[in-house]
Design a protein around this ligand. Structure first.
Ligand SMILES: [Zn+2]
Length: 258
């Protein structure tokens, strides 16, 4: 039911965009698809992302793309992560590609001299990153941005087990409709969700969704946390398989803290 509805909306959107582009192209030399529709399968799936828009070229031409399979990471003294997070009001948004928790004033992450403000986190099923070829049932990506505009993302894996009490307010009331947003009743603290075990893998990558921009600092926590099968199912009812395929490592080296 849900799927049918969104498919109709997508084709309507596509048609509108094609007509609009034809109209614009008649008057101007080029027609960009800045808000081109993309998906995790079919005609606008990951293999096509790079061709959907001139803005999405990094998806096919980039050499430092995410996600990757993490294996043979080089052990080194990586700088410890300092999470200066605080309780913050939040809004749970169904953005058409995932469930995203937008944070009003969550504080920041410091790695050595670098400071990044935490903006939001969202989920992928299965996890986009793999470790030694294995994907987890779910991953949360905590997206941070520095004042200079640089992005840093912390990835937190989930295994199924006991209910995740900290995320209960989110998973027990997921916005079912695309573009629907629900304001959280109380505050949320991202530091409690991430926990205290902050050993990590580090590598340079990209956004895992169009426009696949590179220069993203990836921090993948080694220690997974848990959620219940019911919580995972609630997410999968809305988004199942919203994970980009693994990308080649190319010349990159993955590092890991001790
Ligand atoms: Zn993500």
């Amino acid at each position: 039911m849900n799927k049918k509805k969104s498919r109709i909306r997508i084709s309507g959107f596509k048609l509108t965009q094609i007509l609009l582009c034809l109209f614009i192209a008649a008057g101007f030399a080029s027609c960009k698809h800045e808000n081109a529709h993309w998906a995790y399968g079919g005609d606008s799936g990951p293999e096509q992302w790079g061709d959907l828009s001139t803005d999405f070229q990094a998806c096919k031409l980039g050499k430092n793309q995410s996600p990757i399979d993490i294996s043979n990471a080089k052990t080194t003294d990586l700088t410890a992560l300092t999470l200066n997070y605080q309780d913050t009001p939040y809004v749970v948004e169904n953005n058409g590609h995932s469930i995203q928790i937008n944070l009003e004033n969550a504080g920041n992450l410091t790695i050595g001299e670098d400071t990044y403000k935490l903006l939001q986190f969202h989920f992928h099923n299965p996890s986009e990153e793999a470790v030694d070829g294995q994907r987890f049932p779910l991953v949360a990506h905590f997206v941070h941005k520095s004042d200079a505009g640089d992005l840093a993302v912390i990835a937190l894996f989930f295994t199924t087990g006991k209910e995740n009490a900290l995320l209960k307010p989110v998973f027990s009331n997921l916005p079912a409709e695309e573009k629907e947003s629900l304001k959280g009743d109380s505050a949320i603290n991202p530091a409690s969700i991430l926990g205290n075990e902050l050993a990590y893998y580090a590598y340079n990558g990209s956004l895992t969704t169009p426009p696949c921009s590179e220069g993203v600092r990836w921090i993948v926590l080694k220690k997974p946390t848990e959620l219940s099968i019911e919580q995972l199912s609630a997410f999968k009812e809305l988004y199942s398989g919203n994970a980009r395929p693994l990308q080649p490592l190319n010349a990159r080296q993955v590092l890991q803290s001790r």
